[in-house]
Ligand binder design. Structure first.
Ligand code: MNH
Length: 461
């Protein structure tokens, strides 16, 4: 067979496990990959991983004619939790097309207008509970906000995140279930791990039962009220009431449960991570913060309670660049996997349909061939139209690619820009100057230990 570029250190049995730890695995691979472009190979026990680190190779894998989405072990493991929901469905599973066709209309521009009000209200409630005289853990509050926003917008369900100190019990239950899935996935390549996996599943049973009951109640509640006029036409309403316009097919209750879980998971942690990274960079770069704030003042005026209209959100061009640049350095979904439709050669290596490679986004997004020698620096102006012109296509992919790309992209961008605008317009951001960015990994990337004091701004007249 062919020999792929492989950093030294591979051992018998464990392969390249070395100092890989679940909560820093992506960052460890990033370090190992430092001088491996456009790709490298790693073995974790018996599983072979190919990571794509170069923008040119990423562009090739984004060619939908030749390649398609693949489910690497981490996503395969997530099926334990989210089944054939949109995110974890195999390309040829019929539920994907059905759910995709049914739900796409919920992410069009007119639909987004309906979510705008939900997003504004969630921010208002956040401001009521956000302490403004002491450092707060930014990720905690951003996660409450995005969780509440997706739950209300998609399922008209209030999690009460703002009125409780502790997160809604669904959140730890979900984290445990996800963690169990991840562990089982990691074990799947280990011979003789059946007993451990059964034990893990048993230990998770209580959490899973809690989640299942909650979702069943949510569905039953809505079913009971379905005939009352004015039942909300949110994602849940669409899934319960609509048949496919051409085939007449409907989603089963089980399929609906998987989609709800998918949207709750996919729809909140990625966005809260993006917001938290952006706030970190804003606090670290006073000139960037000043420019962002000047923009909010120009658009919203001097009243700190002013809320943007739907149309105004698209006008925060500078804040959008801040967000884009944050997602360049720290794409909160750090990768996606691709397989060739037919056996082919990429970068001089043969790939068969059963092979897959993971596009390692933080590396592609820092490829100096595209982003320059200062690729590691935070500079929102990289995304100015005049500087983006002529850039290699597919060198910036925080929302994935092709027909399996993120369905919630516009939702996430609208929400994140709106929240950033309200925050920088209203507050001064004071961080600990000694804080160095630390990143923790679950399924997504999230700053760890970032604390900021958000003091009401002193407005100079
Ligand atoms: Mn989202 C798919 C990133 C916000 C719902 N999302 C993807 C993929 C990436 C991604 C990357 C493709 C994964 C793959 O190819 O395996 N998503 C993000 C990021 C943010 C985000 C970085 C925020 C920032 N995502 C959201 C939001 C929602 C959402 C908000 C819901 C409202 N995402 C999805 C769903 C899919 C997805 C559903 C699966 C789409 C499909 O395969 O049909």
């Amino acid at each position: 067979g062919q020999v792929l570029p492989h950093p030294p250190g591979r051992r018998r049995i464990v392969g390249d496990v070395g100092d890989l730890r679940p909560d820093t695995a992506v960052q460890t691979i990033m370090q190992r990959a430092a001088s491996y472009r456009p790709l490298l190979e790693q073995h974790v026990f018996r599983t072979k991983f190919v990571f794509v680190t170069g923008a040119g190779l990423c562009a090739e894998l984004c060619d939908e004619q030749r390649f398609e989405k693949a489910l690497p072990p981490a996503l395969e493991a997530l099926r334990e939790f989210a089944g054939d929901g949109l995110f974890t469905a195999h390309n040829d599973e019929p539920t994907w097309q059905l759910a995709h066709d049914l739900l796409m209309p919920a992410f069009t521009r007119p639909a987004m207008q309906r979510y705008h009000g939900v997003m504004l209200e969630a921010v208002r409630e956040l401001f009521e509970v956000l302490p403004d005289d002491r450092p707060v853990d930014v990720a905690t509050y951003m996660t409450k906000l995005t969780m509440e926003t997706i739950a209300r917008a998609a399922f008209s369900h209030d999690f009460g995140s703002f009125t409780q100190v502790e997160p809604h019990p669904f959140v730890p239950a979900m984290v445990t279930a996800l963690e169990t899935g991840r562990r089982m996935g990691a074990l799947s390549s280990l011979p003789g791990s059946g007993i451990v996996r059964r034990r893990l599943r048993r230990r998770n049973a209580g959490q899973q039962a809690y989640i299942d009951t909650m979702l069943d109640d949510l569905i039953a509640e809505r079913r009971a009220g379905a005939r009352t006029p004015g039942a909300p036409d949110d994602l849940l309403g669409i899934m319960l009431e609509q048949a496919h316009p051409e085939t007449g097919e409907r989603l089963s209750d089980r399929a609906i449960r998987y989609q709800i879980l998918t949207f709750l998971v996919a729809g909140h942690e990625t966005t809260s991570g993006a917001l938290t990274f952006a706030l970190h960079y804003l606090a670290k770069h006073p000139q960037v913060l000043a420019a962002a704030r000047a923009e909010t003042d120009a658009i919203l005026g001097s009243d700190p309670d002013a809320e943007p209209t739907f149309e105004q959100v698209a006008k925060f061009r500078y804040l959008r660049r801040v967000l884009d640049e944050s997602l360049r350095l720290w794409p909160t979904a750090p990768g996606f996997a691709r397989s060739p439709r037919e056996t082919t050669t990429v970068g001089g290596y043969r790939m068969r349909p059963q092979d897959w490679a993971i596009v390692l986004l933080p590396m592609v997004h820092r490829d100096p061939a595209v982003w320059g020698e200062d690729a590691e620096e935070f500079d929102p102006d990289r995304f100015l139209p005049e500087r983006s012109k002529g850039r290699l296509p597919h060198s910036y992919k925080p929302f994935g690619t092709g027909e399996r790309a993120c369905i919630g992209r516009q939702f996430a961008l609208h929400e994140a820009v709106l929240v950033l605008a309200r925050l920088v317009h209203r507050f001064d951001l004071a961080g600990d100057p000694a804080y160095e960015l630390k990143v923790t990994e679950r399924l997504t990337m999230m700053p760890r230990g970032l604390e900021l004091t958000l003091r009401p701004r002193v407005v100079q007249q």
